[in-house]
Design a protein around this ligand. Structure first.
Ligand code: NAP
Ligand code: MG
Length: 502
């Protein structure tokens, strides 16, 4: 088709600073989920051989990159932040085209990469270790951060630039080299981010991109003996497989996985504000955020009013192509995601939940060539239902009622995930108890479950991850390893724990 051909680009893998085809010569297509006939790009379908080439390039580059002073490495990040700022609109448009979320949100996604670039560039002149007194005379002790080596990274499609930036930028400033596999649904935004780094002067081989599937590229990266650390953002199912494979090689492995995030609305809440937050939390990014508000727990005293208002507002949301003005909710990313939403609608109805709005794929000419699913709300949901426990990753929201604060907390915590939570209340005592007692990595007071900032730790508990954090100083902890250094300037043998006493 004419539109498709004129704007289609052929992408290659980036290995050792060169753009190369996959050994297999096979490719896959990246299409626009709002307008399927729009082909965004053609990308290589790589395999183990391409991974080996990329890891070899990263290993070679590590020899010199680790010796570049961190403030010099940081200068490249500063420049990349500036380049991304200049290209923000173009990269946001590319992202909406490949992924579907509305332009306002893809601008935010690029901004997150910009923020991360500047924040991590600042770390180039910090990256503090410790000095501490030695127990022996004329001896000096310190701990210093060292890079870990070649880092393997596997990313999902829902934050196609922000998530790669959370991994690549701290890794680079700490002196590591990287092999990244972007999600097949959204590789272009990773290419755009890396292009900004190359244009900022990043040396060859420091970042390598191998595109392709999870099984053909992702797992070979995890299993490659020269890859020394692994970072994955994705589903808990893939996280378990990746974590086990990494454990077999004794590799540090950071897993950022799913969520089933609750918003608690107390009877003293500002209801208009809570409705506003619920709409944004549940239907922003078409519900395809790991932090999406997928359960709203409502105090029974205000349940009717809140529900009526929310359903009315959800019905009015404008669904469509995220590049068009006025559209508030874009398509889902793929046929598979739409099918998952439809499957959960059926499961919820079978289990006795009440469909209040939505519940189906959108029909009609405007929606025919994309993956549009109506914003969906279920009432009368019980904590034991699958719709209240499993991650849907689509615009499907469950409403549950509670009697009192303790009851709300118990429901909020009774799931296998622990990423984000929110509470709307004006009672400071309840707010503080929620901050302490909700079992998640992130808690919002009077704000929805989404909206993380890059300089705070990001991640969760239970099946949401394995204890690491992205963002903030947690990223430095993952991408460096501690080395303890003792300098003895006494000119004699001094034995710790033995020569310390009189
Ligand atoms: P996914 O299916 O788990 O895929 C994530 C990445 O892993 C993709 O690049 C995928 O490749 C790759 N992959 C798949 N199977 C693999 C395997 N056996 N070995 C190695 N890699 C493999 O998740 P998704 O559908 O892209 O993203 C949605 C999920 O990510 C949700 O569960 C969401 O909650 C989670 N998420 C979590 C966070 C967080 O920080 N906590 C943030 C965003 C998203 P291909 O798909 O290209 O084949
Ligand atoms: Mg796509």
């Amino acid at each position: 088709m004419a539109i498709a051909k004129s704007t289609t680009r052929n992408f290659k893998n980036l290995i050792g600073g060169k753009w190369v085809s996959a050994h297999s010569r096979k490719t896959f297509e990246n299409r626009n989920p709002a307008k399927n006939r729009d082909l965004v790009g053609i990308f290589p379908s790589s395999d183990t051989r391409d991974v080996s080439d990329a890891v070899a390039a990263a290993k070679e580059a590590f020899k010199t990159w680790r010796l570049v002073p961190a403030p010099k490495r940081a200068e490249i990040l500063f420049r990349a932040g500036g380049i991304l700022t200049e290209r923000k609109e173009q990269y946001a448009r590319d992202m909406t085209r490949e992924m579907g979320k509305v332009l306002e949100e893809t601008r935010g996604d690029v901004q997150e990469a910009i923020d991360t670039a500047f924040y991590m560039a600042g770390e180039g002149r910090r990256m503090f270790g410790n000095t501490t007194p030695s127990e022996l005379q004329n001896k000096f002790a310190m701990s210093v951060r060292m890079p870990v080596g070649v880092c393997g990274m596997i990313t999902p499609w829902n934050f196609p630039m922000a998530i790669p930036s959370w991994k690549l930028l701290p890794a680079i400033v700490c002196g590591n080299t990287c092999v990244i596999k972007p999600a097949q649904a959204t590789p272009l935004s990773t290419y755009n981010l890396v292009q900004a780094l190359l244009d900022a002067g990043l040396p060859a081989g420091v970042v390598n991109i191998v595109s392709g599937s999870g099984s053909q590229v992702g797992m070979p990266i995890v299993e490659h003996p020269d890859v020394t650390a692994i970072s994955l953002t994705g589903s808990s199912e893939v996280g378990r497989a990746v974590g086990m494979a990494a454990a077999a090689g004794f590799k540090p492995c950071s897993l950022e996985l799913g969520g089933k995030n609750a918003m608690i609305v107390m009877d003293d809440a500002n209801l208009d504000l809570a409705v506003e937050g619920a709409l944004w939390g549940a239907f922003g990014t078409t519900g395809q955020r790991c932090t999406a508000t997928s359960r709203i727990l409502i105090h029974k005293k205000i349940a009717r009013r809140f529900t009526e208002q929310l359903v009315e507002r959800a019905r009015k949301l404008r669904i469509g192509n995220g590049l068009e003005k006025g559209v508030q909710v874009g398509p889902q990313v793929s046929q598979q995601q739409v099918e998952t939403s439809a499957m959960y609608v059926k499961v919820a109805i079978d289990e006795g939940a009440k469909l209040l709005t939505g519940g189906k794929r959108l029909q009609g000419k405007a929606y025919a060539d994309g993956y549009f699913f109506a914003p969906t709300i279920f009432g009368g949901v019980k904590p034991s239902m699958r719709i209240a426990r499993e991650e849907v990753f689509g615009p499907v929201l469950s409403l549950l009622e509670f009697d009192n604060f303790e009851h709300a907390l118990a429901i909020a915590n009774d799931v296998d995930y622990g990423l984000s939570a929110a509470i709307y209340t004006r009672d400071v005592n309840q707010a503080y108890r929620a901050m302490r007692d909700i079992d998640t990595g992130i808690v919002y007071i009077n704000a929805p479950t989404i909206g993380a900032e890059v300089h705070l730790p990001f991640g969760g508990v239970k099946q949401t991850g394995n204890g690491h954090r992205e963002g903030g100083s947690g990223a430095l902890d993952f991408y460096t390893t501690w080395k303890s250094v003792y300098v003895d300037y006494s000119d004699r043998l001094q034995r710790a724990q033995i020569d310390t006493g009189e």
